[in-house]
Design a protein around this ligand. Structure first.
Ligand code: MTE
Ligand code: MO
Length: 252
């Protein structure tokens, strides 16, 4: 089926799928088109599947809202994060010159980038909002290297369906599907507003995923893995968030 008729079949299917039986029907449809999120099991599973599948069909390429410069928050709010470990502090003491971003998994050339390497790739900036599930938000300009550029440089391979990303905070890891990984606003951010990305905001390197809630924008990124399945990571639910009761897919 071509993309448009596939999309039509899927949206009309999901649209008529209302109510109890409907959710099961939508889940069957989603499975057929491989739109099953990794946290599809359990009580909330059918709802997660419905949300993710419907969002992907209707808005796979849409842009997160961008704001004018005049709306940048005067006092951006850095959420409290867990204490940095010693290795992080050593890297910070030398101005992060030895910070590395490793890219591996389903790529033709596993590579490791320094921050200087990243800055030599095409640069993108956007003024978007960080939205926390706890109800607060702020707007800032984010400047960095689109994730797609890094994936291209590493030679991402066709079987890849997800990018899993890891932080120096071991409890913080997450993943996104290829629609978000290749999206122009998904940004390996190394600068914010008028300067380098400060540590409380995730410096030296944060993955900003502005089409999803703040918790998907993990700070202190050190490694990316391209994978065809999320089963082998953590408890197999796609990220640390569903392990703690939040949705894997957190589209806004
Ligand atoms: N490494 C790491 N990344 C993180 C967090 C964290 O505690 N550690 N908190 C997440 C949550 S829940 C939110 S809402 C945003 C908050 O971003 P901010 O600190 O820039 O406001 O960062 C996300 N990324
Ligand atoms: Mo959050």
């Amino acid at each position: 089926m071509n993309n448009i008729s596939r999309r039509k079949a899927l949206t009309s299917g999901l649209a008529t799928a209302t109510g109890f039986a409907g959710i099961a029907a939508a889940a069957r449809l989603a499975r057929r088109y491989r739109l099953i999120p990794p946290d599809s099991g359990g009580i909330y599973g059918p709802g997660e599947t419905l949300t993710y599948a419907a969002q992907r069909i209707l808005t796979a390429h849409s842009l997160a809202r961008e704001f004018p410069r005049s709306m940048i928050s005067k006092v951006p709010f850095a959420n409290e994060t867990s204490p940095r470990n010693e290795a992080f502090q050593r890297l910070q003491a030398s101005g992060f010159k030895d910070w590395r971003l490793a890219v591996d998994g389903l790529v033709a050339n596993p590579v490791s980038f320094s921050l200087a390497d990243l800055r030599r790739l095409p640069v993108h900036s956007q003024i978007t909002e960080v939205v926390c599930e706890e109800g607060w938000s702020y707007i800032a300009e984010w400047i960095g290297t689109p994730l797609v550029e890094v994936l291209k440089a590493a030679g991402i391979l066709p079987p890849a369906r997800y990018v899993v990303y890891f932080s120096t905070d071991r409890d913080w890891w997450d993943s996104i599907d290829m629609a978000d990984a290749l999206h122009p606003q998904t940004l390996l951010t190394w600068a914010m507003n008028d300067g380098d990305l400060a540590v409380p905001f995730g410096g030296p390197l944060r993955l900003r995923v502005p089409r999803q809630l703040g918790y998907k924008s993990v700070k202190y990124i050190t490694r990316l893995t391209a994978a065809d399945s999320l089963k082998g990571f953590g408890k197999g639910l796609g990220s640390a968030s569903p392990e703690g009761g939040y949705a894997w897919y957190a589209g806004i």
